[in-house]
Design a protein around this ligand. Structure first.
Ligand code: ZN
Ligand code: ZN
Length: 235
């Protein structure tokens, strides 16, 4: 196993490491140098068996009917948790309150799920529109993605894709308007010919935004696009 591979496995066993002793964000118990204590981490809402393409429930883990009928532009989705309490609070704590220790926690949990033997050539965060980046000061997906680099041959592309127009927040829209809201939202300036690209994001809801980005990446030549997401909504 490569040095990076063993380092990742060790981090799976250890859980997440931040720099200083701290209290668990959820219960306040001492949690050494991790943002959550062991019991709170173990109780985070897991996903049932899911479709490998869209990560929606699928009783045998087979490709679901929706993906068979309307194959999305992405090829695979890896999701760590169900987007439910308290994962929603943790995601919001990173995104809106700048709890950056959570970025490495999320990245370590994702790294445990991603098949290291078939790792992506390029890891790319879901881009924010520049105006939203200015409002927030950082891109939470980029903060997570920066911790996922490290395997030889894997390249981080922070600015490989961009949002070419500002879209309404998907959460404020009815489900049937979300695909239209993000249509044509992305551009990719890289030549991705033959590349396996992993897109990192915090939450996957309908998959419309990830699908639209995957479309832009495939247009740029990507051979395969995987979504690596922290949490998946199931409703
Ligand atoms: Zn706790
Ligand atoms: Zn599916």
């Amino acid at each position: 196993m490569s040095m990076n591979g063993s380092r990742l496995l060790n981090s799976c066993k250890r859980g997440v490491q931040a720099a200083l002793p701290q209290d668990c964000l959820l219960c306040g118990a001492a949690s050494d140098d991790a943002p959550l204590c062991g019991p709170c981490r173990d109780e985070l809402p897991s996903l049932p068996r899911t479709c490998p393409v869209c990560a929606m429930p699928s009783s045998l883990g087979e490709i679901c009917g929706t993906c068979l009928r309307h194959p999305p532009q992405f090829d695979m989705t890896v999701a760590v948790w169900r987007y439910a309490y308290p994962v929603d609070r943790l995601v919001q704590a990173l995104k809106f309150h700048g709890r950056l220790a959570l970025a490495s926690f999320f990245a370590d949990e994702l790294a445990c799920l991603v098949e290291r033997a078939d790792v992506a050539d390029i890891v790319m965060p879901m881009p924010l529109h520049p105006s939203r980046l200015t409002e927030r000061g950082f891109n939470q997906a980029a903060e997570i993605a920066r911790h996922l680099a490290g395997k030889p041959g894997t390249r981080l592309a922070f600015r490989g894709a961009s949002r070419v127009r500002r879209t309404l927040p998907q959460a404020n829209l009815p489900l049937d308007e979300r695909a239209r809201n993000v249509r044509g939202a992305f551009a990719c300036a890289l030549d991705l010919t033959g590349a396996r690209v992993a897109v990192v994001d915090d939450v996957m809801t309908t998959g419309a935004t990830l699908g639209e980005l995957a479309k832009a990446l495939k247009r740029a030549g990507a051979a395969r696009v995987e979504n690596w997401v922290v949490a998946r909504t199931l409703d």
